[in-house]
Every structure is written in structure tokens, then in C-alpha cells.
Write a protein of this length. Structure first.
Length: 189
């Protein structure tokens, strides 16, 4: 059954990856670049500062840094444990892949871009929900676009993306709850 699932994953990857064209390659390379999200992060930090103040922002900055470090490191543990070659390195797949990423890492299960972007989307969306009730949906769409970019550029299978998104969502909820506890404990009077 696992073999069949992995085969479907490869077929879906090849289908989605080959939807791309040179016309759109530049846009997707910008979207997949980890530095492209910095303006969004700065806006979110500014809004958090305006709604919660300096003390809370500093505490949340530490929590957010911990969340990103956590999702990043767990992603690396999974990659090194499962050792699933990325599509751009996998025999029988790489020859049919539109590989446009600047580099191809060794292993790909699961996607760090997906887990980091989704954890940020969920954390910030829950945090800002009392002030902007629909911002979580916008952030989730942003996360899904970032996640799909990893398929487009040829470095992750859909299953890598789905697992990264799921892990990111769970992490975002967990760190949101941790943040809520810390704010109540150390910031609220």
C-alpha cells in the first residue's frame, strides 16, 4: 500500500510540476525564495506591535523564533530519518521533472517551506483573529502558494508538501497556545 501511495505521489508531482512554463518560472522562483516573505513578516510584526505593545512583541518574537527553529529542526530530523530523495534526485522521476530551483538538496520528506509558512500562518492568524477575523484565511492561502512553489520548482513531492503543511498547522496551534500562556503569565497584570 505504501508503494502504491508513493507511486501516486510521483505521478501527481510530475503532473503538477509539468504544468509550469518558462513564462511563469521567474514568478515562482521569487515566491519560493525564503527572503520573499520578509515583507509579510515585517508587516505582521508591526501589526502585532500596534495591537499588543513592545513587551508582548518582544516575547512573541522569541516564541516565533522558537517556532521557526522547531519546525526547521524537526523537518531536518524527518529528512535525515526517512532519506526520501527529492524529485530532482530520484531515479525515474528526475528525467521528467521541470527542475528550475537554484539547487537540489539531498532529501525532501517533509517540506520545511511548507511547515514554516503554515506554522506562521496559523500562529499569526489565531493571534490576530480578534482584530482581523479573515486574516487567517489570507495567510493560509499565502502558505499554500508557498508550498505549491516547491512542487513547481521541482524539489518536493505533494506528500512532502501535505505533511509539511499538517506539521506546520499543528506547530502553529501549539506555539500559539504557548504564547497565550506566556503572555498571561508574564505580560498581563
Amino acid at each position: 500500500m505504501l508503494e502504491q501511495l508513493l507511486q501516486y505521489d510521483k505521478e501527481l508531482f510530475l503532473y503538477l510540476n509539468n504544468l509550469g512554463s518558462e513564462t511563469w518560472d521567474g514568478l515562482w522562483l521569487v515566491i519560493t525564495n525564503k527572503f520573499s516573505s520578509i515583507p509579510l513578516y515585517l508587516v505582521l510584526l508591526f501589526v502585532i506591535y500596534k495591537k499588543f505593545g513592545w513587551k508582548a512583541l518582544l516575547l512573541m518574537f522569541v516564541v516565533i523564533a522558537g517556532m521557526i527553529t522547531f519546525t526547521d529542526q524537526i523537518t531536518n530530523v524527518f529528512k535525515d530519518t526517512f532519506m526520501r530523495p527529492r524529485p530532482c534526485r530520484a531515479e525515474g522521476v528526475m528525467d521528467f521533472t521541470r527542475f528550475i530551483a537554484p539547487r537540489c538538496g539531498k532529501y525532501g520528506f517533509f517540506s520545511g517551506h511548507s511547515s514554516n509558512s503554515m506554522s506562521t500562518a496559523i500562529f499569526a492568524g489565531l493571534l490576530l483573529r480578534p482584530y482581523f477575523k479573515n486574516v487567517i484565511y489570507i495567510l493560509i492561502v499565502w502558505s499554500l502558494v508557498v508550498a505549491y512553489s516547491r512542487i513547481y520548482v521541482g524539489v518536493h513531492y505533494p506528500l512532502d508538501i501535505a505533511c509539511g503543511l499538517l506539521f506546520g498547522a499543528v506547530s502553529g496551534i501549539g506555539f500559539y497556545k504557548l504564547n497565550k500562556y506566556l503572555i498571561k503569565r508574564f505580560i498581563s497584570e
